[in-house]
Design a binder for this molecule. Structure first.
Ligand code: SF4
Length: 441
């Protein structure tokens, strides 16, 4: 493959950790043809927008960015704009019509082809569009440039086999495909050799890991294998479907020392009729039992969730059922969002859409309850000690270091730069809904 000497790339990433991880792989791939990270967007030879389609707002942002980027490109003749990720996967060729300055469109299934596409666009001088309908069976391992030096993402499964009636992910990310455990273990061993202490296993439905392998496996098996990698002190996983969190996975978290006591389990709504209409495949009681199982085996576990308010047809009482469930489960944290109709999803066409104003009113109320509950949960830790992996200086107060507990809680405390990348013990002195504050113990 020809090499592009001394060129630089700027990547803007929208959306979830999977997208952030994909961007690190884009950097790794492009490094192989001579690209390095640009110091600024204006000095870049290649601008990449890695897009997210989960909400209409995120998609609209893509087109407004591309409008602004076209002007930047005009100031730097010869530079290229590439668009990847979920919006690109869905829009394909039509993206060029809406954003004429774009040179390369690639999807979620052909990230590994990026260097070729860049070289093609450079030599042809005309736009290149390449979208694969699904992940190839012989998907190659791709190089990676990691942007975080203490904690690393490792993708273990791609796609999702569910069809929640509001979700565009299965349409743009395809069906579940697990990575072979040997290649995951090899990647984590390399991370340990590079001094990483923490890895987060990623997937749209990480709890389904391994069912499609031959022989079939489960996430618990993988956690057990990763438990033997010297130097890796923490393994987490994000994000899973509650139905796939089998007892053997909870058992592995309870018994494998480096598996973190942290479960992000999206429930989406605390009301049975809404869950049924969302096609989530469980009732609130099922979720309650799951939480009981986790807390029985791992009492110190943190449990977080995702919630959607204003799903089409959601009544005031159904919304209040979600609010009550937040109080009842006492989540450590919740990601909340107002329902956003997406193309290719059944619920987008339903007649009983909740008015925008009402959705946001419900969201505000839910957020106030979530903050109250999270604060209560965090305050229970005051006076005790927590183990913190130090990530760096706090953005809000440079005198403080910031890091995370095994349960994924942010902790801020004073200390020297030599502690970055280390695991330290911090005595918790104060807590709010979002973070703990303390002092080195
Ligand atoms: S399980 Fe998650 S990713 Fe899959 S369809 Fe449902 S919401 Fe989307």
């Amino acid at each position: 493959m020809a090499e592009a000497q001394n060129k630089s790339v700027y990547i803007e990433t929208f959306g979830c950790q999977m997208n952030k991880s994909d961007s690190e792989h884009m950097l790794g791939l492009l490094e192989e043809i001579g690209y390095r990270q640009a110091e600024s967007i204006k000095s870049a030879d290649l601008l990449i927008l890695n897009t997210c389609a989960i909400r209409a707002g995120a998609e609209d942002k893509v087109y407004s960015y591309l409008g602004a980027w076209k002007k930047i490109k005009e100031q730097r003749p010869g530079s290229l704009i590439a668009v990847g990720g979920c919006v690109a996967q869905d829009a394909g060729q039509t993206l060029l019509k809406r954003s004429p300055g774009v040179d390369i469109v690639f999807g979620t299934h052909n990230l590994h082809r990026l260097p070729d596409l860049v070289l093609q666009a450079q030599s042809r001088g005309e736009p290149v569009v390449e979208i694969y309908p699904e992940l190839p069976d012989d998907l190659p391992e791709t190089p990676v440039v990691r942007l975080n030096s203490t904690s690393a993402w490792v993708s273990i499964i791609y796609g999702c086999d569910y069809n929640c009636t509001y979700c565009i992910v299965p349409y743009v990310r395809g069906r579940e495909k697990s990575r072979h455990p040997d290649s995951i273990v090899a990647e984590v061993e390399e991370l340990a050799a590079a001094n990483y202490k923490e890895v987060t296993l990623l997937g749209q439905n990480v709890t389904a890991y391994g069912h499609d392998l031959n022989p079939a496996q489960h996430l618990g098996n993988l956690l057990e294998r990763l438990g033997t990698v010297d130097g890796i002190k923490r393994v987490r996983f994000l994000t899973g479907h509650p139905r796939d969190l089998k007892p053997e996975i909870i058992d592995a978290v309870a018994s494998v020392p480096n598996a973190c006591e942290f479960f992000h389990l999206p429930i989406q709504a605390g009301d049975d009729r809404t869950l049924r209409r969302m096609a989530r495949g469980y009732k609130v009681d099922f979720y309650r039992r799951l939480v009981d199982q986790i807390r029985k085996k791992i009492p110190e576990a943190a449990i977080t969730t995702d919630l959607i308010v204003g799903f089409p047809g959601e009544t005031e009482q159904e919304f209040l059922n979600t609010v009550s469930l937040v109080e009842e489960i006492c989540f450590d944290a919740c990601n909340t969002a107002a329902y956003s109709p997406r193309p290719h999803t059944p619920s987008a066409g339903w007649g009983e859409q909740v008015p925008e104003e009402m959705k946001y009113e419900r969201l505000r109320f839910l957020n106030s309850v979530v903050a109250d509950v999270s604060q209560r949960r965090n305050r229970r830790l005051i006076g005790g000690t927590v183990e913190v992996l130090v990530e760096g200086r706090s953005n809000r107060n440079a005198a403080r270091l910031t890091g995370r507990t095994r349960t994924n809680k942010v902790v801020n405390f004073e200390g020297g730069d030599e502690l970055v990348g280390q695991i330290v013990t911090v005595r918790v002195e104060a807590a709010n809904a979002w973070a703990l504050r303390g002092a080195l113990a």
